[in-house]
Design a protein around this ligand. Structure first.
Ligand code: PLP
Length: 363
């Protein structure tokens, strides 16, 4: 056997992750550019200190207080409201979705999504020995509903992963599409990944509104993006209570540390402030789309805090040219396209200047 005795199918695979480079303008992993206020930092510090007093004890395994607070927060996006029994949380929505695949995927089962999409999805499938099938999105990155329905009927997946807005294209899903796929899925789960949900444009509803209609619908969210809490590692979902209960079978004991729970609760107390920058970021995003289009680029409509633009004969050269000017974006998505996260006005000015410069040089 080759050393180390890694699973055969994992040999030679690079670990997932964008380059973490120390450059002045970092627009590559869709973080929120605004940190918490001093008042919020102080509340977080006090809460972490209080949790530290009882660190000799395991934390609340069912994170009851945190579930209550998340249910309160989610209820603003659906008239039916959300109760704590409908909420589950883990260390980032990546872990939430891995747990979904652990509980509902596995050998002999299939997971489906539609490319181009978030590149972690096939990794959850691989790590849980779930068969992976990727359909295609239409040329404008929307979901071709007929083709999607056909694929679901043929493959009978136990989990369908549907990001809305999609990463890396920014495309939101209409609620009718979610509803039709929930029906086509039978007893399979339809997971609408709303990691960027809070950035959706005016009039675009959250899939949370559909929860009372479909027992197989799961909506995942994260505190990493709109909540400016990427370093916190807190993701969560809303679904029928029996789905939350089933996940408890696969979760590791005490998977959410006492410090994570205390800090997440403190951050949720500051929700209005932490989310206060979302409107500014949405306006900055729309201005970026307008500017890129005026410059002659193809730009995908975006409901997220990033924009996919192109097309470049040599996208790597453009990515490198921007990096040489201190601006880090992401070389991801279909060939010829690049993705840039929305930052502060100063960061976006630096990005626009650098892109114009790279263009001038290459003209
Ligand atoms: C579509 C999508 N879903 C989920 C995640 C996971 O985020 P986290 O694990 O930080 O909650 C990301 C992160 O970039 C993402 O782009």
């Amino acid at each position: 056997m080759t050393w180390p005795p890694l699973r055969e199918e994992l040999r030679g695979i690079e670990p997932y992750g964008a380059p973490q480079l120390d450059v002045p303008v970092q627009l590559n992993v869709n973080e929120n550019p605004y940190g918490p206020s001093p008042a919020c930092v102080a509340d977080i510090a006090t809460s972490a200190a209080e949790a530290a007093v009882t660190l000799n004890r395991y934390p609340d395994r069912e994170f009851v207080a945190l579930r209550q607070s998340l249910a309160w927060y989610l209820s603003r996006d659906t008239p039916a409201g959300i109760v704590p029994e409908q909420v589950w949380a883990a260390n980032g929505s990546n872990e939430v979705m891995l747990q979904l695949l652990q509980a509902f995927g596995g050998p002999g089962r299939t997971a489906v999504s539609f490319a181009p999409t978030y590149s972690m999805y096939p990794e959850y499938a691989r790590d849980t020995n779930t068969r992976w099938v990727a359909g295609r999105r239409a040329d404008d990155f929307s979901l071709d509903l007929d083709a999607a329905r056909d694929l679901v009927k043929t493959e009978q997946p136990s989990v369908i992963l549907l990001p809305s807005p999609n990463n890396p294209t920014g495309t939101a899903l209409p609620p009718e599409a979610v509803g039709e796929l929930c029906e086509a899925a039978g007893d399979g789960l339809v997971v609408v990944d709303e990691a960027y949900g809070e950035f959706r444009r005016e009039g675009v509803p959250s899939a949370l509104e559909l929860l009372p209609s479909y027992r197989n619908l799961v909506v995942t969210r994260t505190m990493s993006k709109a909540f400016a809490g990427a370093g916190l590692r807190l993701g969560y979902l809303a679904a029928a209570p029996e789905i939350c209960d089933a996940i408890r079978v696969v979760r590791l004991p005490y998977h959410l540390s006492a410090v994570t729970q205390a800090v997440a609760l403190a951050a949720l107390r500051h929700a209005p402030e932490l989310l206060g920058k979302v409107d500014e970021l949405r306006a900055e995003r729309d201005a970026l789309v307008t500017w890129l289009r005026a410059e002659g680029y193809d730009v995908a409509d975006s409901d997220a805090n990033f924009v996919l633009f192109g097309r470049f004969a040599d996208r790597h050269a453009v990515w490198q040219g921007l990096l040489d000017r201190g601006v880090l974006i992401r070389e991801t998505g279909p060939d010829g396209w690049l993705r840039v996260s929305v930052g502060t006005p100063d960061e976006m000015a630096a990005f626009r200047a650098a892109l114009s410069d790279v263009n001038g040089e290459r003209a």
